[in-house]
Structures are given as structure tokens and as C-alpha cells.
Design a protein around this ligand. Structure first.
Ligand code: SAH
Length: 355
């Protein structure tokens, strides 16, 4: 389905056009937009200030495909919840809600599966089935806000999928999330994470958005990166970093680099030095994430001491660095643990349950 044909993915202007095309008054478009994106209802039935006839017509012509939460799993600490959503065509995706001191964030999926093939990531094991529409991305947030009853202050497009491989829908999603008449979320509160599709990073830079761009770097030289991430065979680290510098020049936004530490693979002192050299002089931030092991590969996470050493080394070179606080690991909600096969299988075998 194309995003621009789906009512929840239409911009205010597209919605106005559609509404007048079907012979309705333009103000109905504003009402509709507000129901869908500000009040975030899940059916036309709830849109009580629209005439019944129009509601019936829309329900027939433009069904609202709100993902159905089929399962919710809460972490022991209660600060993370994983949601399994079934889409209208039966595909299953996952989103993660996290409670932080500064507010609540939701990590959303941008595709069913992923085509990028990163060796350490579970989301890509079965390839990409399809892109999510803008509304399918938004409604993960809407439904979670509704179910938790809490305000969502941040969105991370960091779940399964490569957002820049679904570029048009991603842009539509970003515009809608920031729409004043909708969720009205500041772009600064949105992070988009990419494995590094260079031409799309440059295209995104030209949009001059204020979102945070996170780059999954994970290695300090091309040889190592190519072993971990097929995308590195297409573009070198130098090309990637050039695009990042361009992004910063165009937007003034500091880049965030993600670096999953894998024991013996990319966590040595030499790696830290190489990485520091690469990023020297760049206005950036490095996020160190001890890798979350997946059962298909025998990558092990770096030990506590190695992580601390790596962190110290980067700091010594004046690089801004943090060690990512672990959330949701006990519910397979941590980075790289979202997997499609597992999702579908567990639903088939264990049945659906949701409050
Ligand atoms: N495709 C995008 C977004 C999805 S992955 C991207 O590559 O950035 C979100 C983040 O989780 C990325 O930084 C990714 O590299 C990281 N990740 C994937 N598998 C992981 C694992 N097993 N352990 C830790 N981080 C992982």
C-alpha cells in the first residue's frame, strides 16, 4: 500500500484534497486529521463530530489500519515494555516503550524485517518483507501512548528495519509526527538510526530537519566493518563520514555513532585508537553498546573491563562517549533482538494474549 493512499499517512493538504474530492466541506479534513493524529483514535466510530454517513463511507473506502497489540511483555524492572503488533495483512512487528528520567520514549520499527544483513542483528535474519507506511510507524506510538496512558516525549526509529531503505515513508512519518495539528512532537526529540546508506544521508541532510541522526558504525576500519555489515562493502567509512560531516554542515545537528562492542572483534585498544582517529575533530557523540548476543551467531559481548577501557580511551582523545544503559534485555527488547520469525512463531504456538 502506498502511504499517500492511506488516510492516516496523508498530510493535511492531501487530506483536504481528498475530502473535497469526495464532495465534503474542507473543514472536515481538519476534524479528521485531529481525530487521527491528535486524539489518536483507532476507528471512525469514535469521530463523533463527523456525520454518520461520512464515517460509514470512510470505514468502507479508507479503512484505518491501526496495528493491533497482540502481546505486551514487561521487563522485571518495569521500565521497559515490548509490544507485538499485528498489521492488517497479518505481519507482526515490534516496538519498545522505555521509561527514562527525562520522559518516555518509544522505539519503533520501520519495516517488517530488514534487508541490510548486519551479522549481529536478529531483525535481518529473514530479510525484509515490506516497508511500513507512515501511519503504521505513527500508530505504534499512538497505540502505546493510549495503552500506557502516558505521554511519549521521544521517538527512536531504531526498531527492526532500515529507515533510510524506506525513505519516502520515513519523511512522511517525520512530517506527520511534527505536525502542529497532530502529535506536535519536536524534531529534536526524534532519532533516526541508519546502518549508513550514504546517498540517503545526504538527501536527508538536504531536508534540513532537526532530528538526531544515529549511525551504526560498529567498526574502526573498512575491513572489520565489512565483516560485520554488508552495507560497508558498498560505501567506505570515509564516504560515510563525509556524508555525516555534510549532515552536520546542513543541519547543525551533532551525529550520534552507535558502536556495539563484540569481544575480540572490535573492542581492542587498537580499535579504540583507530576510532578516535576517525572521529577526531567531528562534532559527534559515541554510544557504546555491549553487543546483545543472538543465538544464530557466536558473538560474545565485551566484558565490563574491556567496555570501560574502550570508553576511557575515547574520552582521553576528547570524544564524547556514553555506555548505553541496558534496558529490556530480559524481554528480548534490546537492540538487535527484535526478530520476525520468533515473533510469528511465538504467536502461533503460545496464542495471543493481551489485556
Ligand atoms: N537499521 C538501523 C536501525 C535498526 S538497528 C540501523 O542499522 O541503525 C538499531 C541499532 O541496534 C543499530 O545501531 C544496530 O546496529 C544495533 N544492533 C543491532 N543488533 C545488535 C546487537 N545484537 N547488539 C547490540 N546492538 C545491536
Amino acid at each position: 500500500m502506498n502511504s499517500n493512499e492511506e488516510i492516516g499517512s496523508m498530510t493535511p493538504d492531501e487530506l483536504s484534497l481528498y475530502i473535497t474530492e469526495i464532495g465534503e466541506k474542507p473543514f472536515r479534513a481538519k476534524q479528521l486529521f485531529s481525530w487521527i493524529h491528535a486524539r489518536q483514535v483507532s476507528s471512525y466510530h469514535e469521530m463523533t463530530n463527523l456525520p454518520q454517513k461520512l464515517r460509514d463511507y470512510l470505514a468502507e473506502e479508507k479503512p484505518l489500519h491501526v496495528p493491533e497489540a497482540v502481546r505486551v511483555v514487561e521487563s522485571e524492572r518495569g521500565d521497559t515494555k515490548k509490544y507485538l503488533f499485528r498489521l492488517f495483512d497479518g505481519n507482526v512487528i515490534e516496538s519498545v516503550w522505555m521509561k527514562h528520567r527525562h520522559g518516555n520514549s518509544v522505539c519503533i520499527s520501520s519495516q517488517v524485517g530488514c534487508n541490510m544483513g548486519c551479522r549481529f542483528c536478529a531483525s535481518t535474519l529473514d530479510g525484509c518483507v515490506r516497508n511500513l507506511t507512515a501511519y503504521e510507524m505513527l500508530s505504534q506510538v499512538y497505540t502505546i501512548a493510549h495503552m500506557t496512558g502516558e505521554r511519549i516525549s521521544n521517538i527512536d526509529v531504531m526498531g527492526s528495519g532500515e529507515p533510510l531503505d524506506n525513505y519516502d515513508n520515513l519523511l512522511r512519518f517525520l512530517h506527520l509526527a511534527g505536525a502542529e495539528q497532530g502529535m506536535n512532537l519536536s524534531q529534536r526529540n526524534v532519532t533516526v538510526s541508519t546502518c549508513g546508506i550514504v546517498p540517503k544521508i545526504r538527501a536527508l541532510a538536504d531536508e534540513h530537519l532537526q532530528i538526531t541522526l544515529a549511525i551504526s558504525l560498529h567498526a574502526s576500519n573498512d575491513e572489520k566493518r565489512q565483516k560485520l555489515m554488508p552495507v560497508a562493502k558498498r560505501w567506505s567509512i570515509e564516504e560515510l563520514l563525509d556524508a555525516c560531516r555534510y549532515y552536520f554542515d546542513q543541519t547543525g545537528r551533532r551525529i550520534s555513532f552507535e558502536y556495539a562492542l563484540i569481544a575480540g572483534e572490535n573492542d581492542t585498544e587498537q580499535c579504540a585508537e583507530e576510532l578516535a582517529e576517525l572521529l577526531h575533530g567531528m562534532n559527534c557523540h559515541v554510544n557504546l553498546i555491549p553487543v546483545n548476543p543472538i543465538r544464530e551467531r557466536n558473538y560474545r559481548r565485551s566484558g565490563r573491563a574491556a567496555v570501560a577501557e574502550f570508553d576511557k580511551k575515547l574520552e582521553k582523545y576528547g570524544i564524547n562517549v556514553t555506555i548505553r544503559r541496558e534496558m529490556g534485555a530480559d524481554i528480548d527488547g534490546a537492540c538487535g533482538q527484535l526478530r520476525r520469525n520468533y515473533l510469528t512463531r511465538s504467536i502461533e504456538h503460545e496464542g495471543l494474549f493481551c489485556d
